[in-house]
Design a protein around this ligand. Structure first.
Ligand code: NAP
Length: 263
């Protein structure tokens, strides 16, 4: 399958590890100009080096806390300066803290709002004028299967991912006439640091080991295993490709059959 993505400039946010990193690798393997950002310089350096060794091209990396408007502006400016334009924006973020409603306070809600919804809005706001100018663009938000089926103990994620989904759907109709598509990828249980951390929390709650919890998680999936980050990244790559040119305003769940809803 030819993606038509060679040479396109791509920014993937929160991408030094996990799903973001796998997404950066997928675009680098297609010959894209890739930019990644996250908060920790050492991890960004490691990831960039690894991508350069594998694909022969070093990503632009920016230290950026996506909860901060100034960091987002600085990152976007660096991308434009380096690549001259931005064609594909992948809005990823760190996972919001787990917790039940009664355990979380207003500051947790504000932090999660900035992390999940406002960061996507801010990056998109900056990227859209460039995409309109190019009469082409792709915006892909990494959400979660929690938009199809809320997950216990993740009220922040469940609530704010729904916000991202509403934002994406509304924006998709507004910018469709410029050949800009806006879609979401909703990952299921995927083997990354985030899942490991959630397994540790669940293990503590249930008095089990995190290995046991991870194995039980895998058993909840009809495919009887957890996803690999690259299995999510390949769907993001497809949504950015020329093959997905008529696909907009939708959410694609990549969950090994985990969610039970019909659509
Ligand atoms: P991960 O392995 O923990 O990686 C998170 C990445 O985000 C890291 O590169 C981290 O780097 C960066 N990050 C965290 N907070 C940031 C901030 N404020 N500003 C900039 N970068 C930040 O997580 P993951 O599993 O890839 O998950 C990615 C997203 O998908 C999360 O929102 C998660 O909730 C969602 N998701 C994951 C799963 C799953 O099973 N793994 C399932 C559904 C949805 P630094 O810490 O250095 O900043």
């Amino acid at each position: 399958m030819k993606t038509g993505l060679k040479g396109k400039s791509v920014l993937i946010t929160a991408a030094s590890k996990g799903l973001g990193k796998a997404t950066a690798e997928a675009f680098a393997s297609e010959g894209c100009q890739v930019a990644i950002c996250s908060r920790t310089k050492s991890t960004l350096l490691e990831t960039s080096k690894e991508i350069k060794e594998k694909y022969g091209t070093e990503p632009l990396w920016c230290v950026c806390d996506i909860n901060k408007a100034k960091d987002i502006e600085r990152t976007y400016e660096a991308v434009l300066k380096e690549f001259g334009s931005l064609n594909v924006l992948v809005n990823n973020c760190g996972g919001p803290v787990p917790g039940y409603f009664t355990e979380l306070d207003e500051r947790d809600w504000e932090h999660a709002y900035e992390q999940v919804l406002l960061s996507a809005v801010r990056f998109t706001k900056l990227a859209i004028p460039e995409m309109i100018k190019n009469d082409w663009g792709r915006i892909i938000n990494i959400t979660s299967i929690s938009v199809k089926q809320p997950i216990d103990n993740l009220i922040l994620s469940n609530s704010l991912r729904a916000g991202v989904t509403g934002f994406a759907k509304t924006l998709s109709t507004e910018v469709a006439k410029y050949n800009i598509t806006v879609n979401n990828v909703a990952p299921g249980l995927t083997l990354t640091n985030r899942l490991y951390e959630l397994a540790v929390v669940e293990a503590k709650e249930k008095g089990k080991s995190h290995e046991e919890v991870l194995s039980e998680m895998a058993k909840r999936v009809p495919m009887n295993r957890l996803a690999l980050p690259e299995e999510i990244a390949s769907v993001t790559l497809f949504l950015a490709s020329k093959n997905a040119s008529y696909l907009t305003g939708t959410t694609i769940q990549v969950d090994g059959g985990y969610t039970k809803g019909l659509i």
